[in-house]
Design a protein around this ligand. Structure first.
Ligand SMILES: [Zn+2]
Ligand SMILES: [Zn+2]
Length: 240
């Protein structure tokens, strides 16, 4: 089933950029890299996230607000403010857009060390670019689908970045296990995470937000951190 292979490749590549570039680099500054590499990561985001492209600057800002106000009314995405995951996805989209267009003013203290490439964001974020990618996806589906029900995956493909974000942010503040007693509801959602690039260890992450490795117990394994180690060895990034 070729469409499933496409879906899986899209899932892993898109989430790699969200976990490593948006979350660990933009929001938490767990590693550094040159401006050239930073720009190549931007282009990687555009290719892998396509119609659900997220601005690294806006993501970083919104995510810092999540850590500062976890589970409180100011949290941009909390299942405790909005228990329905689809409604939460819509609210997150609105928080994100309000920050992106400057309608929501964020305090200066959250803006330190955020990557910012406005000219690129302007193109990648445009309605035209999103429609272009949707056209590409429809074309790929038309080529690869072998049964009508496989089209069900298309809406997920189109909204991939937001879909992945909401899964982690909803699930990881609802169900799972805790290694650390916290004043918030963060949970680790899978003991062995082979699907979320290590983002499943959300309780560990809330305990140590700037630690590059999200794994904490002996059985936990952070695929995103292993990828970072490889990039570090290749001198593409420098882990702090
Ligand atoms: Zn969280
Ligand atoms: Zn974080």
């Amino acid at each position: 089933m070729a469409i499933l292979a496409f879906f899986i490749i899209h899932w892993y590549t898109s989430l790699f950029f969200q976990s490593v570039f948006h979350h660990r680099y933009a929001a938490h500054n767990t590693f550094t890299m040159t401006k050239t590499w930073e720009r190549l990561f931007y282009i990687g985001c555009f290719i892998t996230q396509g119609s659900s492209y997220i601005s690294a600057y806006t993501y970083g800002l919104m995510h810092r607000l999540h850590h500062a106000h976890t589970d409180k009314p100011e949290d941009p995405h909390s299942p405790h403010n909005e228990p329905n995951p689809f409604a939460m996805m819509w609210l997150t989209r609105n928080s994100y857009f309000n920050i992106y267009i400057g309608k929501k003013v964020v305090e200066e203290k959250y803006k330190k060390n955020l990557p910012d490439w406005k000219a690129f964001d302007k193109i990648a974020h445009s309605g035209f670019a999103r429609l272009f990618w949707i056209g590409i996806y429809v074309f790929i589906y038309a080529l690869l689908v072998t049964a009508w029900w496989q089209w069900i995956l298309l809406p997920v493909t189109i909204t991939m970045g937001s879909f992945q974000g909401v899964i982690v942010n909803w699930w990881a503040h609802k169900f799972g296990y805790e290694n650390f007693a916290m004043a918030n509801t963060s949970k680790n959602i899978l003991p062995i995470d082979l699907v979320f690039w290590g983002e499943a260890y959300h309780n560990n992450h809330h305990k140590h937000p700037t630690k590059p490795n999200n794994a904490s117990k002996w059985f936990e394994w952070d695929m995103g951190f292993q990828a970072m180690r490889l990039l570090h060895l290749c001198r593409i990034i420098k882990i702090r």
